[in-house]
Ligand binder design. Structure first.
Ligand code: AVJ
Length: 326
């Protein structure tokens, strides 16, 4: 075993209380009220998301895992020496990819970027167990993780960036294009990028995935209020908000909201906030865009990549798109 676990210091603005406080203050006073979806992933939120991935109504993770295992040899070519995963979560997908690609390579350097320290610790442990890998964890936003990765640029070998789980779907289109551009800038010509993205499908299927009958997604959404109460001395009443998932056809996205069930006043002392929400007024907590396969190809091409392969799960309508930096 030649595995090591290195950890870079957590110095992301979103990981610190003051960044959270100023974001909460800024976004909760926008019209419409909203909160950035990355704050859904504190320790409990990450655990709830892992539970969502096991729900029969949320097939994205399983579909992606099937594709990763089926095409592992093409994705993790033997000349790849360095992998960065943006939003690595539990590390299960990367472990499965490496295991399915088989042996016969030199050392692999793995860079894991995630905002959740518990998820990173779990992923670090799972990946460290593999033969001949070195793990570097970055508790950071994607942008900071990419910047740190750029500094650790190795002398030789090709690099592979992974952006899985349809996390791309959280970005609006301008932010998405800018983000793909920043991935491209962190890479060199010839390096690879693998994107996992959920596809458009019947609306009832999508709504069940984001409003499951067990209420796990509702708990995941409401946990954001619990986090604000805990970390910023808020007084949100969980029973005063209901989980709402809706399909926005024009924008091709699922939206998650928290709807105020009555008129109520809310105070978040740690963010210096006092406000009133009317009955039915909502806080928008997440967008999950759904794509058609050619859209994924064109967004990658606009960002300076050339698509080499696109694999689609025909049952659950999920796509893995493999591209090369050009
Ligand atoms: C991890 C952002 C891809 O948008 O499908 C799951 C998060 N939200 N259920 C998604 C999520 C509600 C998920 N992403």
């Amino acid at each position: 075993m030649t595995s090591t676990l290195l950890t870079t210091p957590a110095r992301t603005p979103s990981g610190s209380v003051s960044g959270f406080a100023s974001d909460v203050r800024h976004f909760l006073t926008q019209d419409p009220r909203q909160l950035p979806s990355r704050y859904l992933y504190d320790d409990l939120g990450s655990a709830l998301f892992e539970a969502i991935c096991r729900l029969p109504w949320y097939p994205l993770t399983r579909a992606e895992l099937r594709l990763l295992e089926a095409h592992a040899g093409d994705i993790l070519d033997t000349d790849i020496t360095t992998v960065i995963e943006l939003g690595s979560g539990s590390g299960a997908k990367l472990s499965a990819l490496i295991a399915a690609a088989g042996s016969g390579r030199g050392r692999l350097d793995l860079h894991l970027v995630d905002v959740s320290s518990s998820a990173l610790a779990q992923a670090g442990q799972a990946l460290e167990r593999l033969e001949n890998v070195r793990v570097v964890t970055h508790r950071a936003t994607y942008e900071i993780g990419l910047a740190e990765f750029g500094l650790a640029r190795p002398a030789g070998g090709r690099r592979l960036a992974l952006f899985l789980g349809s996390n791309i779907g959280n970005f609006d289109s301008p932010g998405r294009d800018a983000f793909l551009g920043s991935i491209r800038s962190a890479l060199d010509r010839g390096d690879a990028l693998l994107i996992g993205a959920d596809l458009r499908k019947p609306v009832r299927t999508l709504l069940l995935a984001y409003d499951d009958p067990l209420g796990v997604t509702a708990a995941f959404n409401r946990n954001l209020l619990s986090r604000i109460n805990r970390e910023l001395r808020g007084d949100f009443d969980f029973n005063g908000f209901s989980h709402r998932a809706l399909w926005n056809e024009e924008r091709s996205r699922i939206e998650m909201h928290l709807a105020s069930v009555r008129r109520q006043t809310i105070s978040v002392r740690g963010a210096g906030l006092d406000f009133v929400m009317g009955e039915g007024e909502t806080i928008w907590t997440e967008s999950s865009y759904k794509y058609d396969p050619p859209e994924i190809v064109s967004m990658l091409e606009r960002a300076g990549f050339s698509v080499r392969a696109q694999w689609i799960d025909p049952v659950d309508r999920f796509a893995l798109t493999f591209a090369e930096a050009v």
